[in-house]
Design a binder for this molecule. Structure first.
Ligand code: DHB
Ligand code: FE
Length: 277
């Protein structure tokens, strides 16, 4: 017995795939190159690096299915838009108290120390529910804000032997007012790993590998759909030119100067709005 969803979608996949080959006049040699590319991506995919996902991302596929999924599931336009997970999420980031920092072991001997100080940031906001409808938003206590971003060298902790385990990652539980607060860094633009087959394809297409500076979040709360998203720094030169097409208008944020806090030069207030299950 055929799998029902596959039986539903395969005719369309085959129609588009065959039409594509006919339309461009695809040759055996070209098809073989594509097989080589996909095989090379598979060989380079494991827990540390997912090259096949990267290939889909530069083709806009992860952003497209994110868009389709959120349109299917969202119950209200007040929900915070989702964005792609990307390949660098790690489970079990440390649960940290509100007001603490995800920046660990920052000493003047770290090569990007000065930039980390100049871009130190205090990020706070509330996790809200739009489940009651009618445009109302109610604070959610004990929601989990799971956050991760790169160091100023553009590397996530697991890509960089110089960073301590779980650096620039943390989970924060909201208080009775639905509020979270943390210290992190203003994110920098960062090239997706371009030393593998996905990068080769980018080069063949004369495309750049850069993503605008972004901070990743997964926000979850009881009775609500978890939100996987990213916020993007408005100052970034790649804000309209993301190599993996993840930027959405509502996710662009403006950090403002923070006065009187030796721990942060910048501040950002950002609320997340979750919809019901
Ligand atoms: C991708 C996403 C990221 O957030 C990132 O930092 C690097 C790559 C991606 O979609 O491939
Ligand atoms: Fe990222």
């Amino acid at each position: 017995k055929a799998h029902p969803r596959l039986a539903e979608i395969m005719p369309s996949l085959l129609r588009h795939l065959h039409d594509f080959a006919r339309e461009v006049g695809l040759t055996v040699a070209e098809w073989a190159s594509a097989i080589d590319l996909i095989n090379a991506c598979g060989k380079m995919s494991d827990d540390r690096r997912n090259e096949t996902q990267l290939l889909c991302d530069i083709l806009g596929l992860e952003s497209l299915v994110d868009e389709i999924t959120s349109k299917k599931l969202a119950t209200s336009t007040t929900e915070t838009p989702s964005a792609i997970l990307g390949p660098f999420y790690r489970n079990d980031a440390p649960l940290l108290p509100n007001g603490s920092s995800v920046v660990h072991n920052l000493t003047p001997s770290v090569p990007w120390y000065n930039q980390a100080v100049a871009d130190s940031a205090y990020v706070t906001g509330r996790v809200l529910s739009c489940a009651s409808g009618g445009g109302a938003r109610t604070p959610l206590r004990n929601a989990i804000v799971d956050v991760w971003h790169t160091a100023p060298n553009g590397l996530y902790e697991q890509q960089d032997t110089d960073q301590p385990e779980m650096n620039l990652r943390g989970r924060f539980a909201t208080d009775a007012d639905g509020r979270y607060s943390l210290y992190c860094l203003r994110p920098v633009a960062y090239p997706i790993p371009d030393d593998g087959p996905a990068g080769q394809l980018l080069a063949l297409l004369d495309r750049h590998p850069w993503r605008p500076g972004h901070i990743h979040f997964i926000v979850s709360a009881a009775g609500h759909r978890s939100l996987t998203t990213q916020i993007f720094d408005s100052r970034d030169e790649y804000i309209n030119n993301d190599s993996v097409f993840a930027v959405k208008e509502e996710l662009i944020v403006k950090f403002v100067p923070r006065e009187g806090d030796p721990k942060a030069k910048w501040a950002l207030e950002y609320d997340f709005v979750l919809g019901p299950m």
